[in-house]
Design a binder for this molecule. Sequence first.
Ligand code: GLN
Length: 532
Amino acid sequence: METKYIFVTGGVVSSLGKGIISASVAKLLQARGYNVTIQKFDPYINVDPGTLNPYEHGECYVTVDGHEADLDLGHYERFLNVQTTRANNITTGRIYQNVINKERRGDYLGKTVQIIPHITDEIKRNVKLLGTKKQFDFVITEIGGTVGDIESLPYLESVRQLRWEMGKNCLCIHLTYVPYIAAAKELKSKPTQHSVKQLQEVGIQPDILVLRTEHEISADVRKKVALFCNVDPAAVVQSIDVPSIYEVPLNMQKQHLDEIVLKKMGMPVGPTPEMKPWKSFLERMKNATETVHIGLVGKYVELPDAYKSINESLFQAATYNDRKLDLHLIHSEKVNDSNVAEWLSGMDGVIIAPGFGQRGIEGKFAALKYTREHDIPTFGICLGMQCMVIEFARNVLGYSDANSTEMEVNVKHNVIDLMESQKSISNMGGTMRLGEYDCILQEDSIPAKAYGTTHIKERHRHRFEFNNEYRDEFEKAGMKCVGENPDTHLVEVVEIPSLKWFVGVQYHPEYGSTVIKPNPLFVDFIKAAIQK
Ligand code: GLN
């Protein structure tokens, strides 16, 4: 079958959840036996989001092939249980970089290089890249930003051209917002009409409208939207607020969104898939009555999106342990030795978050000293693992100055140090140790038991590492290096076996955790937290 392309655009306001709608459509098509992938096109000029502060754009996600990506790729993987790659996330910066490189090479043979056709051709080439591999039946492309943004224009122009070229193999879904005016007790469709008009002005007629709403949209309002926007009434679907994003696919299925897509693309519809594993996950989520309390100590806690994949991994792991997750976001800058007991009181387990730089680091040490001394299940991730090592060096090995050279370049006891391979690097973008690497686990370690194997692959994003010169000293004092890279011997996992569950990982297990296949280490951590 020829690859089909579905575009998802958004209008009226941002943050409507285009990523979740894209992932839901993909999930429903996947449940029908199709191979589906989703890609995100972001209109900003950064070449990738790796250099963005989490305050700007939430978490930076990492793909197996080491691409620093938009956090929506995390949703795609969690919903589909299919890995994404560098090709699934393109930014304006990357498009321009490619075009400028071609221009410098002389590829344009003396032509004036312009937005149309050169930038739009490069966008179109990237849109079709995953489709040309013939491994996908559907490629869903989410266009970041909101219709009407100056930055989005080249993307919309490319979509217009592609629709023209591809005919029935191409379809547009537009997501808008229907506000509720409480004083008038009315849902308002006007912003949707204006947003569709804006799309039409750039030459795109949406095939399907998804209306995001906080209240049930009546058949009358849907009919009105359909009439004003040249869309079939049946193709006006509502996306009402639900308690969990994982309910959205079923919500869309009830309104036959996947059937509408298939019919519009001239494809057979067939029986409605049962979605059994998905539904059983949701059932476990709803049936859980007891709560597990997890404290996440980090510096971006005002912004829950900064730890998106960790939150979702914990939620999945809690669900598979038949528990409700109560995640307590604890600001590491506020924690110190004298108030830590208060901050961590009632926590069944504690996560020490990843991060960069000095800010909030002392609070992480205070939290770790407390959980280590009180044997509270503790999970350190990336910087969190490095903090475990530093805290142990300071308070158990007696090196009160111990630190990472990230925080203090000339520190005497550099128990965390810059990787050799990082020493000559000066560019910040895309230069960390990124993506999936092998790790060999010691047989009797907690992670080996949790994963059920001693050979794992997990994703990384860091520049600093455990300093192997100190390895013997740590091991003698009770902190074991139970996971290492087989080629470089970089320490990937530390554990204090005398404690119930005290594990630090240099990698990011949260990136690979999905609804159908939760990460085993998170599941085991929650299990330990419950047993506490
Ligand atoms: N800042 C640390 C490093 O670069 C940890 C990075 C992280 O937590 N992702 O090694």
